[in-house]
Design a protein around this ligand. Structure first.
Ligand SMILES: *Cc1c(COP(=O)(O)O)cnc(C)c1O
Length: 247
């Protein structure tokens, strides 16, 4: 059989990303096993995801419900390997009832209403939803995420968010893994460093004040995942470096 060139390209890309993860970890004395590589497969076909699974990946990220509803069952049918699905996109309230049962982890809890819905649906489905609270600390007008750019200087912003976290923690059947952020796009990875460093500080403050493990930090994409690892990421969400550019 002629080897599928696309499959080989994906395999090579994964090897390259894993080498870069190892390099970043070595720089800051971290164990690469602490890092979960979430391969962002949005807009990519089932075939490419199966190739990535053949190359050893397990974690996949999608950002649209409709697309995931087609791809996730198709993949389950075509392989015995296990895939773990991460929802990384904004969730419309009325879609929560479909998102919670379909995904293993949700990175985009970005407002009180969606927290309430996710909890309700998780209870109905008798499952615990594993979630990240998405925050915006860059100060740029990102579309989604709790607006926290001034949390260190404005005590009202900090207090409001602490109250919000407190409320989320009382909701049944939600397991808060930690925080997620997106740095504004830049082709210079270093531009993201202050944002990732600040997310790590926020994460530590929450852990300390609430006495919680909050084990994960979801940050870093194709252009800046090495920097994110240096600043403490435990989950990186990488699309283009694995699957190539998107339309
Ligand atoms: C698309 C996307 C990614 C991956 O971006 P790449 O630049 O392809 O690595 C990561 N996180 C979120 C939230 C995304 O929407």
């Amino acid at each position: 059989m002629t080897p599928d060139i696309e499959a080989q390209a994906i395999k090579d890309n994964i090897a390259r990303v894993q080498a870069e993860i190892a390099t970043a970890c070595a720089k800051v004395n971290r164990d690469p096993n602490e890092i979960t590589l979430v391969a962002v497969s949005k807009k990519k076909p089932v075939r490419d995801i199966l190739s990535a699974m053949d190359a050893g990946l397990t974690h996949f990220g999608e950002n649209r419900l409709r697309e995931a509803q087609m791809k996730i069952p198709a993949i389950a049918q075509q392989t015995d390997k296990e895939a773990i699905w991460h929802m990384i996109g904004h969730i419309q309230s009325r879609k929560a009832k479909h998102v919670v049962p379909l995904f293993d982890t949700i990175h985009s809890l970005d407002r009180p209403k969606i927290a309430d819905y996710m909890s309700e649906v998780a209870v109905e489905n008798e499952k615990t939803a594993s979630v990240f609270i998405q925050v915006n600390i860059s100060g740029e007008d990102a579309k989604y995420g709790y607006e926290l750019s001034n949390w260190q200087t404005d005590s009202a912003v900090r207090e409001a968010f602490w109250q919000e976290v407190k409320a989320i923690l009382t909701l049944p059947n939600l397991e808060i893994r930690g925080l997620m952020t997106m740095a504004p796009y830049s082709n210079k990875a270093e531009d993201s460093r202050p944002i990732f460093a600040e997310l790590a500080i926020l994460h530590d403050s929450l852990r300390e004040d609430f006495g919680l493990a909050l084990p994960d930090l979801s940050m870093g994409m194709t252009n800046d995942f090495a920097v994110a690892i240096e600043e403490g990421a435990t989950m990186i969400r990488v699309g283009r470096a694995i699957f190539g550019t998107r339309q």
